[in-house]
Design a protein. Sequence first.
Length: 268
Amino acid sequence: MDLKYEPTQPGNPHKFTINQHVFPKASIKRFEGDDGCVEIYSIPHRKVMRLRPNNPIFCAQRVWDQKTEAAVSKRIEDKFQALADAIERGTVTTIGVWEKRIVEQFFSLWRTRQKFRLEGLEDVRLHGIAGESLTKAEEEAMESKHVMYASDGVVKGRLLASIHVFGYETTFIQANASMQWGIVRSASGEFLVPDSFEDMMIVPISPRIAIVADVPDCVLSRDEVATINQSAIIRAKNYYFARQLSSVPVIRRSTGTQFRGIFPEHRG
């Protein structure tokens, strides 16, 4: 789906984020090589490219509002990045109750933003309410203050994004209340990252570390890493990336018996 985004006033006076990362730039940076780039395979173009984490290919264009970008998402991302740092340093070695909530909020946000990027957010007409006509300057002034508004009785879809984020998050957390997450490390080979894992609850941290649902803290064999990577490729819509794709093992024909039986069907 080719979504058109609404341009800002000339010069973008309120400094709205136009290119909105689906998977955070800080997370992509954990995979970058010495050249400051990650290696990405573009599915539509059928080609491999080395791109910086700020490349627009990783982004939606103004699909959600500035409140969702700068307030709602930032709170979730900041907590997750602090946790990811601690896991990399080794100061957090297991996902407890506190960490579980952080991981699940982040995974839900990632998956929700991918849904927004692919499908957009429909405008909503308020029936029986005419509302005022607002100028673009007035609309942007309100959005910059994180205020929801209607113009001519219509609420723009992107202004409702934060409501959807909280709704999907609540449903996801309730549905997986009893689930545990494990910190998994690769003994050999590196993880790749799809634009979304969809139904598979996996959060890559770095080329050798990931958080995986329903799996104990463990070190994975090369075949087990390859099984995760194959799952990522199958679910990717537009791209997947890694530090270096040649360092990524992939099992082309998974029998389902890899993973020591600790990789059951994941719940959405």
